[in-house]
Design a binder for this molecule. Structure first.
Ligand code: FAD
Length: 415
């Protein structure tokens, strides 16, 4: 099996055991994993993407993805919650590596110990980054006051910086970073889900939250955008989400093997591991996982290497996310079948993974949206010129690339 290089000293085997031992308790109590979070902060984990010169660990996307997969083998919800902070800091570092310092404040703040949350999702906004149902009212000095609702705000109990955007009266989308201390927001404390419970992704209500001009990083027209910020967010988000679900799949396979070797069949008197059907199921899960491992590494490495995939970038990114989450779901499903009814108990690790892995399908890009993006790349947009596939010369607006508007806008067009 392919194994990914992991900066192991950062996440030692002992640390992972401690996290794994605590995960069931956070899940049962529907509580934020404060002890996990404190340990990660102490390790400098939240500075992973910050360049060494700015006081960070200076890790690249491939290394961070490897760490996130490793963390997710022990505590998926902790990994997913921290992912949101990493998405912003990785976005900032991806932009910086491409000569764009516009998110420098993110790296500076992260270096100073600030915690970033991802205030993107909004109720009923299936255009995601390309429109907003949050109002951004100009303050007259280049800043904005935000009023609206952000849903699923992971890290709600601990964030000190919230990446937000809203629609201005001039039909623009203003992106900025809100300081928790500046007020104008409340957390509804309403997170009570079937899985990923420790992410504590409560609804956030913005009530005129003020972001001064110095913390506004983009004002873009409503609609599809070729802006590097959009590419950066998609690249960081899709790859890191895939990394978390890869970790879940790895752990599920290990648990399936443990279960198979621990049980004996009364019918045959042999270990369950000798049962051909069980063997096939485990092999099937292993084959799936083996295929997933290099997919995450390759995309992450391409981002580190500044590879220019042009209009193929968005199809590749959304494809990775969908394959990773769907593969993880299949692997967990196989593991549960091998382990038997005990894994149906809510307090078993496999039972928890079964619930946690379900969350994968809800993160953008959804399966439908991803398919629309990839279809546009191969077929051109609906109603557009025929023959718009990657080899058919469909041009930049026919593909899912940065100049093609990105995945979710296209998905909305095709629905
Ligand atoms: C574990 C987990 C953690 C996440 N963490 C984050 C995070 O940190 N930051 C982030 O930005 N996103 C986060 N997400 C959100 C995720 O990316 C999706 O946006 C989210 O799952 C909503 O998906 P949906 O639109 O399919 O949900 P839906 O069920 O369609 O909608 C979600 C909510 O919006 C309401 N709604 C839907 N349509 C309308 C409408 N037309 N008018 C009014 N209300 C409507 C629904 O009633 C529901 O309350 C997280 C998701 C999960 C599962």
């Amino acid at each position: 099996m392919v194994t990914t290089e992991v900066p192991a000293p950062l996440l030692s085997a002992d640390l992972l055991e401690r996290f794994r031992a605590r995960a069931a308790g956070y899940d049962a109590a529907n509580a934020f994993p404060q002890e996990d979070f404190d340990e990660l902060v102490a390790l400098g984990y939240l500075r992973a993407a910050v360049p060494v010169a700015q006081g960070g660990l200076g890790l690249g996307m491939r290394q961070i993805a490897a760490l996130q997969s490793r963390l997710a083998t022990a505590a998926p919800a902790t990994a997913l919650a921290v992912n949101m902070h990493l998405v912003w800091t990785v976005t900032a570092s991806l932009l910086a590596a491409r000569g764009d310092d516009s998110l420098r404040l993110v790296l500076d703040d992260a270096a100073a110990g600030e915690v970033f949350a991802f205030g993107v999702s909004e109720p009923g906004n299936d255009l995601v980054l390309f429109d907003s149902v949050t109002e951004a009212a100009p303050d007259g000095a280049g800043g904005y006051r935000y009023t609206g609702t952000k849903i699923f705000t992971s890290l709600s109990p601990v964030w000190t910086r919230l990446g937000v955007f809203g629609r201005t009266p001039s039909d623009e989308i203003a992106h900025g970073f809100l300081r928790r201390d500046d007020g104008g927001h409340e957390s509804l404390g309403d997170w009570d889900t079937v899985g990923m419970r420790a992410t504590q992704s409560h609804t956030t209500r913005l009530t005129g939250a003020h972001v001064p001009a110095s913390r506004i990083v983009r004002v873009l027209p409503v609609g599809p955008s070729a802006d590097p910020l959009v590419f950066g967010i998609f690249a960081a988000f899709e790859t890191l989400v895939a990394a978390v679900y890869r970790g879940i799949a790895r752990r599920a396979l290990d648990l399936a093997v443990e279960a198979a070797t621990a049980r004996t069949s009364r019918r045959t008197g042999e270990s369950t591991a000798a049962d051909p059907v069980v063997r096939w199921r485990i092999a099937d899960a292993a084959i799936d996982l083996d295929g997933l491992e290099p997919q995450v590494d390759t995309i992450a490495q391409e981002l580190d290497d500044l590879v220019d995939n042009g209009p193929d970038w968005f199809p590749r990114l959304v494809g990775l996310k969908v394959r990773a989450t769907e593969t993880a779901t299949r692997v967990v499903d196989r593991a549960v079948t091998v382990a038997g009814g005990s894994s149906y108990r809510a307090d078993t690790e496999l039972g928890r993974l079964y619930r946690d892995v379900l969350a994968g399908r809800f993160h953008p890009s959804s399966t439908d949206s991803a398919h629309a993006t990839v279809a546009s790349r191969w077929l051109g947009p609906v109603g557009g010129p025929a023959g718009g596939g990657p080899t058919g010369g469909g041009g930049p607006t026919g593909g899912g690339g940065p100049t093609g508007g990105g995945p979710d806008a296209e998905a909305a067009d095709e629905r």
